[in-house]
Design a protein around this ligand. Structure first.
Ligand SMILES: O=C(O)CCC(=O)C(=O)O
Length: 274
């Protein structure tokens, strides 16, 4: 039996084809090819390198073996130091749009906002995630299998799937090309079906061996964005290549789904797509 789909009312001006849009609901993800131009990719790469430079300076003030979170420049840096107070690992920078206007603008790229409206089924939504994941060669950063809704529920136990179709979407914007060799995302198509926030159990504690067989690692070119349904099981392994995998994550939710403040000054803004 075909999976039911919501009515598509906001496709005008969206970069998603009908097939992409249906893929988001049927498979749990879709890809926007060339969301960013090569010039935009270069500009964002520069901004992210500056952010790493800032993280290095910050790390030097935090002391030996620091391992934790620090608010800085309106963003939340999550990092680990070595015994010489040097940055050993930058896990992520939450709310990174507060540190750099280019990153904020990219996370709210006009084409992306149209795509968000198209899959979140509303022109009004809340921007809660603007996050940098550096995944540098040898940094050992990996992500266990999870569904993003687990994090939404962790941040906000009163989180609600207001629109009944997930009410959250994240776009993983590739600033570097990504694939399995540099710690790219692995997704399990179709793993998002027949779930509600109430029925969610952590995917890593309830790992279905079939997921490993079904998982695919979509290859992204720099400038592409992968949009994910919040109930889709996904994970990523450490980057064992010699190529970085910089990603900028932008996530939005339906109005009234979220009741919490997210890290970073630039988050929790209400966006209205014109
Ligand atoms: O970018 C990655 O490698 C994983 C990101 C992820 O799974 C997430 O933020 O939910």
């Amino acid at each position: 039996m075909a999976t039911p789909l919501p009515p598509r009312n906001l496709g005008t001006g969206s970069p998603l084809s009908e097939q992409d849009w249906q893929g988001f609901f049927n498979e749990g993800y879709c890809i926007i090819k060339n969301l960013l131009s090569p010039e935009e990719v270069t500009e964002n790469k520069k901004a992210l390198k500056n952010l790493i430079r800032d993280a290095r300076k910050l790390a030097s003030t935090l002391g030996p073996d620091f391992d934790g979170r620090v608010n800085h420049q309106g963003s939340l840096f999550v990092l680990k130091n070595n015994s010489q107070s040097q940055l050993q690992r930058l896990y992520r920078v939450c709310g990174c749009g507060s540190s750099d206007p280019t990153l904020l603008a990219t996370s709210r790229h006009p084409k992306l906002l149209k795509a968000f409206a198209d899959v979140i089924l509303s022109k009004t939504f809340e921007h809660i995630i603007c996050q940098f994941h550096p995944k540098e060669p040898g940094d050992s950063v990996s992500f266990q299998p999870h569904r993003d809704v687990e994090f939404r529920l962790h941040c906000d136990p009163n989180w609600q799937d207001i629109n009944g179709w997930g009410s959250y979407v994240v776009a993983v914007i590739a600033i570097d090309a990504a694939g399995p060799e540099n710690g790219g995302l692995q997704v399990v198509p179709g793993s998002h079906h027949n779930l509600t926030p109430e029925s969610i159990v952590p995917a890593c504690d309830n790992f279905d061996p079939d997921w490993k067989k079904k998982a695919i690692s979509p290859r992204l070119q720099a400038g592409d964005a992968l949009m994910m349904h919040p109930y889709l099981v996904h994970w990523s392994q450490a980057n064992t290549s010699n190529q970085s995998r910089f990603s900028l994550l932008s996530g939005v939710c339906s109005m009234d789904s979220n009741h919490e403040n997210y890290p970073g000054d630039c988050t929790n803004e209400i966006i209205v797509v014109r």
